[in-house]
Write a protein that binds this ligand. Structure first.
Ligand code: ZN
Ligand code: ZN
Length: 253
């Protein structure tokens, strides 16, 4: 299995528009972060987790020519705003399967009404195959995927475990019975917004404590704000098996 970090930034991305913050002015490419998304490549499947506002640029950067499914974590705009840009995939492949909690599907239906219309669709509008998921394991193209329920302040979020790999973003609290699903995971991706505490995201310290509890072989931090600091300086302070993810990083599991 290969995982490409398509974006590792928080909702505004880095640089933030108009910001004079030194991290926003950094020349280190690892300090430039698009909105969060990963592409999981397994058994020739390209499975996208979240389809945010930078989706088009992310697909072009990695020369992705087919998309097998989109899994959504939750309905926030930084995770969903790119849906219209599935059009080139739809024209070549037909309906693109999407998997999400029912509440998230309903939110997408409101915001992208023309994509979900059953009749009298405007020519050129893309279509999706709707798959509502609950908090239980599901299969896609003989791949077994385990949803992990997370809380993002009051918003429910799904993280996903694919075999030895788990991707959890926009978490602030995780119930013990959900943590159990992560036992034995080799590579864990978890959100860490910044050094200071936040009402709906893990801080760096929250994330490090969670990694300590789960004990993966390797952990990667994502959904990073410019206020976290320079990539190089933050990375130097992390435990040896913990890495700040950065855009376009590819890992093999
Ligand atoms: Zn969110
Ligand atoms: Zn987010």
């Amino acid at each position: 299995m290969e995982v490409i970090f398509l974006g590792t930034g928080t909702s505004q991305g880095i640089p933030v528009i108009g910001s004079d913050h030194p991290v926003c002015k950094s020349n280190d490419p690892r300090d430039k972060r698009l909105r969060v998304s990963v592409l999981v490549q397994c058994n020739k499947n390209n499975i996208l987790v979240d389809c945010g506002p930078d989706f088009r640029a992310q697909m072009l950067t990695h020369n992705i020519s087919h998309l097998d499914a989109i899994l959504y974590t939750h309905e926030h705009n930084d995770h969903t705003a790119g849906l219209d840009d599935i059009r080139p995939f739809f024209f070549r492949q037909g309906d693109i399967p999407v998997f999400a909690h029912e509440r998230v599907i309903n939110s997408l239906k409101k915001r992208f009404e023309y994509i979900f219309m059953a009749e009298n669709k405007y020519p050129g509008a893309p279509s999706v195959g709707i798959n509502i998921i609950e908090n239980k394991v599901f299969e896609f193209n003989s791949l077994s995927i385990i949803p992990v329920n997370l809380m993002h302040n009051r918003v429910q979020v799904f993280g996903y475990r694919f075999g030895d790999f788990a991707y959890l973003t926009d978490a602030k609290t995780i119930a013990p019975e959900e943590t159990t699903k992560l036992k034995g995971v080799k590579v864990l991706v978890i959100n860490a917004l910044r050094q200071e505490q936040h009402h709906s995201h893990f801080s760096l310290q929250d994330a490090l404590e969670f990694i300590e509890e789960i004990q993966p072989e390797r952990a990667y931090l994502t959904h990073i704000s410019h206020t976290m600091g320079f990539h190089e300086e933050v990375q130097a302070q992390l435990p040896p098996n913990v890495y700040l993810a950065y855009d376009n990083l590819k890992i093999t599991i």
